[in-house]
Design a binder for this molecule. Structure first.
Ligand code: DGL
Length: 281
């Protein structure tokens, strides 16, 4: 492993930033390339064939361009489907993001747990298998949210978000049955922690919201080790696959996450952190 590893963080949009912020805390000395495949967002609306056919060749291009030491697939909708294809195709280590059903079911006291994800993630056989294998006898309610990831995208661009729209999406997570109430909700889409303040405020009653990002950061340091003592912080840049690139409000949000350079990719090869790359910020 390089002394300053290059870590590629991949999502369909800005949701992966909620994973990125945790792994940067664990390895501030690494270099980061954040890739938002926004030209193909939302992944949840794509068929399984389309998604595999999109992500595998895109990853090939990204690996050739950025030569990462590790890739973090910071997207449940992609990880629950594409990870086996990536691992079969590339020698690079991949860390995926999948619904944190096991820790949620261990922690739940009421034994009523909900999994809030995209419609695609809650449909996946992979997710159903996690409930069968790690549900610990809890009653698990799967809730597919059609619009929440899009609302999170808009929130990060400083667009006004309608509270009622958010409340409608999360309402089916709150189950009361036989004197018990849902006490734990798995955030099974990396976009949702971007809305956490609203989720907490709009919840009909208080619950624990389980964000997998800290566990992903721990998995990363298990794989690549802790930071090198005394090493300066590494740089982070972002690549967007749509030709427009991030608007000013989003560029400002990225800067708050520590990403100072962001560019629209001409293919995956244009990157602000490479010589000749097309930095716009
Ligand atoms: N951030 C992605 C996830 O964790 C979902 C958004 C999409 O549908 O593209 O599932």
């Amino acid at each position: 492993m390089n002394l300053r590893p290059v870590i590629l963080v991949f999502d369909s949009g800005v949701g992966g930033l909620t994973v990125f912020r945790e792994i940067v805390k664990a390895r501030p000395d690494a270099s980061y390339v954040y890739v938002a495949d926004d030209a193909f967002f939302p992944y949840a609306r794509r068929s399984e064939e389309e998604l595999v056919g999109r992500v595998v060749p895109l990853m090939e291009e990204l690996i050739a361009t950025h030569m990462p030491d590790l890739a973090v697939i910071a997207c449940n909708t992609a990880s629950t489907l594409v990870l086996p294809h990536l691992r079969a195709r590339f020698a690079l280590p991949f860390i995926g993001t999948v619904p944190a059903i096991k820790p949620a079911c261990i922690a739940s006291r009421s034994r009523l747990v909900s999994v809030l994800g995209t419609e695609a993630t809650v449909r996946r056989e992979y997710t159903r298998g996690l409930i069968r294998d790690f549900g610990q006898g809890c009653d698990v309610t799967l809730v597919g949210a059609a619009h929440l990831a899009g609302l999170a995208e808009r929130a990060l661009r400083d667009d006004a978000i309608d509270d009622d729209a958010v409340a409608r999406e999360i309402a089916p997570c709150f189950v009361a049955s036989g004197g018990r109430r849902t006490d734990t909700i798995v955030l099974a889409c990396t976009h949702y922690p971007l809305l956490l303040d609203r989720l907490v405020r709009l919840a009909p009653w208080p619950v624990d919201w389980v964000d997998p990002a800290p566990a992903i950061a721990r998995r990363m340091t298990d794989l690549i080790g802790p930071p090198t003592a005394g090493a300066p912080n590494g740089k982070a840049c972002a690549v967007f696959t749509s030709p427009l690139g991030p608007p000013p409000a989003l560029a400002a949000a990225l800067a708050r996450f520590g990403i100072g350079e962001a560019a629209a990719a001409q293919g995956a090869a244009a990157c602000p952190c490479r010589p000749g790359g097309s930095a716009t910020a």
